[in-house]
Design a protein around this ligand. Structure first.
Ligand code: FES
Length: 106
């Protein structure tokens, strides 16, 4: 697993999401309570980006048809069995880094 720099911590507003790309993979970053989380930026329903959904606590609500996902686990909270992939995040000297496993690269 390798960490890739994606943006500065200050670029992800409190309670907001941001779209980033890591090795060709579209990822949504979220700042929930000052802690950052990363998930695939693609809703499993009809592929809408999730970064501009509504973040309610640690739940992201897709703006198209309101499927909800826990950004800490990737599990849907209103569509049983549905999920999105989550990625480890760390911050070093103000830079956000997201980890991608070798076998998940495109
Ligand atoms: S595309 Fe996300 S709920 Fe339909």
């Amino acid at each position: 697993m390798q960490y890739y720099p994606v943006c500065k911590f200050t670029e992800v507003g409190f309670g907001e999401g941001k779209a980033v790309e890591v090795e060709g993979r579209q990822i949504a970053l979220f700042n929930a309570g000052g802690k950052l989380y990363a998930i695939d930026n693609r809703c499993p329903h009809m592929s809408a980006p999730l970064h501009d959904g509504s973040l309610e606590g640690k739940t992201i609500v897709c703006r198209l048809h309101f499927w909800e996902f826990d950004i800490t686990t990737g599990q849907s909270t209103n569509q049983p069995g549905q999920c999105v992939k989550t990625y480890p995040v760390k911050i070093e000297r103000g830079v956000v880094k997201v980890a991608i496993e070798a076998d998940t690269q495109l």
